[in-house]
Design a protein around this ligand. Structure first.
Ligand SMILES: Cc1cc2nc3c(=O)[nH]c(=O)nc-3n(C[C@H](O)[C@H](O)[C@H](O)COP(=O)(O)OP(=O)(O)OC[C@H]3O[C@@H](n4cnc5c(N)ncnc54)[C@H](O)[C@@H]3O)c2cc1C
Ligand code: FES
Length: 357
């Protein structure tokens, strides 16, 4: 199965000084592979000085807009994002995996729900896709967006959000919170903290009637918002997260095993199913499931290798593995036996995993 497909860049547009919106068209008959659900992301791969880098970028278009677009914000010193902002141009080709991710809830034209979105900086991309899709698909629903940025000049999609306010008058509301630019209302200046959220819920947002909240932004901001939402009465099933990077390493890397460890049973037998074929391998328990697969020439999917994106998800059918970091899978997925293979080490002597489920 071809995991990566070629996409042609049909437009590159600056949305602010250091972020571009890239429009893509699947080529070689791969269009059906790139049908997406709001809030999903694409994983690109590109060689930089002989080393393959994989980076994920969320789709910022609505599901039914008929266009495939991602927004890439330049990170200081960042390889892929700097290249995309400086050198990517119309006519170039990129390689990407089909859309992935579960940062969405099912929509129903008949429901009238109240959604709340929190986005920080480039975290707007999946939230924009979600809010555009939701407002178009559920005519009785409303959406409030709290959007945090450093200043006015760093607000991605500012004009598009204003246009959406006019299009969905009375159903869509944006509250801009700016870290350094003073605003008429004091509450709208500074960082989005747990305390600020509590104040927003008191005066500006009807939290009691909120059905679902979506959060995407820097990790400390996300944790503060989630805590405020829980204090305001939302349960975990009503709060959806998407993390772009984590400062928390999970757990220290395991030490390489000594010869003695190996003799003491540090080896496991692992059966890995991928694209319909199963390989049985003898692996060290100090090796992740993903590394075991890649090391045996299996083309297992991955992107961040940091437990953040969920591209490497597989299901444990037999035996036990230990996941040392998980910033991507929800509790119900873990209960069903799904793990992030880049973070999962075999614990039992026999382990059976499946990437196809
Ligand atoms: C599911 C998901 C969706 C995402 N969606 C988006 C999106 O829609 N838009 C978006 O802009 N981003 C998004 N991201 C983030 C994106 O994938 C990249 O992480 C981001 O663009 C940085 O990649 P980079 O290659 O430019 O930076 P990298 O080269 O990975 O560098 C990242 C940082 O590390 C520092 N660094 C790099 N190498 C070293 C070193 N050797 N020593 C010390 N520091 C170093 C850099 O200076 C930089 O600050 C998403 C991430 C995930 C997981
Ligand atoms: S590769 Fe991103 S979570 Fe494993």
């Amino acid at each position: 199965m071809a995991r990566f497909h070629e996409l042609e860049v049909t437009d590159v547009r600056k949305t602010i000084r250091d972020a571009v919106v890239v429009t893509l068209k699947p080529v070689n008959g791969a269009a059906a592979e790139f049908e997406f659900t709001q809030g999903q992301y694409l994983t690109f791969r590109r060689d930089f000085d002989g080393e393959e880098l994989r980076r994920s970028y969320s789709i910022c278009a609505g599901k039914d807009e008929g266009v495939l677009q991602v927004g890439i914000k330049r990170v200081d010193g960042g390889a892929f994002s700097t290249w995309a902002n400086a050198d990517l141009k119309t006519g170039d080709r990129l390689e990407a995996m089909p859309p992935m991710g579960s940062f969405f809830t099912p929509l129903d034209a008949g429901s009238g729900k109240n959604y709340l979105g929190f986005a920080g900086g480039s975290g707007i991309t999946p939230v924009l896709s979600i809010l555009k899709t939701t407002l178009a698909a559920e005519p009785e629903s409303s959406f409030t967006l709290v959007y945090a940025n450093k200043g006015v000049n760093t607000i991605m999609f500012r004009e598009e959000l204003e246009d959406l306010k006019n299009l969905y008058m009375g159903r869509f509301n944006v509250i801009h919170i700016l870290e350094s630019d003073a605003q008429e209302i004091d509450l709208f200046t500074g960082l989005v903290t747990e305390e600020k959220c509590a104040q927003l819920f008191e005066h500006w947002i009807d939290i009691e009637s909120t059905d679902t909240a979506f959060i995407c932004g820097p990790e400390p901001m996300m944790l503060g918002i989630a805590s405020a939402l829980r204090n305001a009465g939302l349960d975990d099933a009503q709060i959806k997260f998407e993390l772009f990077a984590s400062a928390q390493p999970g757990r220290a890397k395991r030490k390489a095993s000594s010869a003695e460890d190996s003799r003491a049973g540090n080896q496991a037998q692992m059966a890995i199913t991928l694209d319909g074929a199963t390989q049985t391998l003898e692996v060290s328990k100090d090796m992740t499931v993903l590394d075991a697969a890649l090391g045996n020439a299996m083309d297992a999917p991955y992107a961040c290798k940091a437990g953040v994106c969920s591209t490497c998800r597989c299901r444990v059918l037999e035996g036990e593995v230990e996941m040392v970091a998980n910033h991507a899978l929800e509790d119900y997925e873990v209960e069903k036996g799904y793990v992030l293979s880049c973070q999962a080490y075999p614990v039992t002597d026999n382990v059976v995993v499946d990437y196809d489920q």
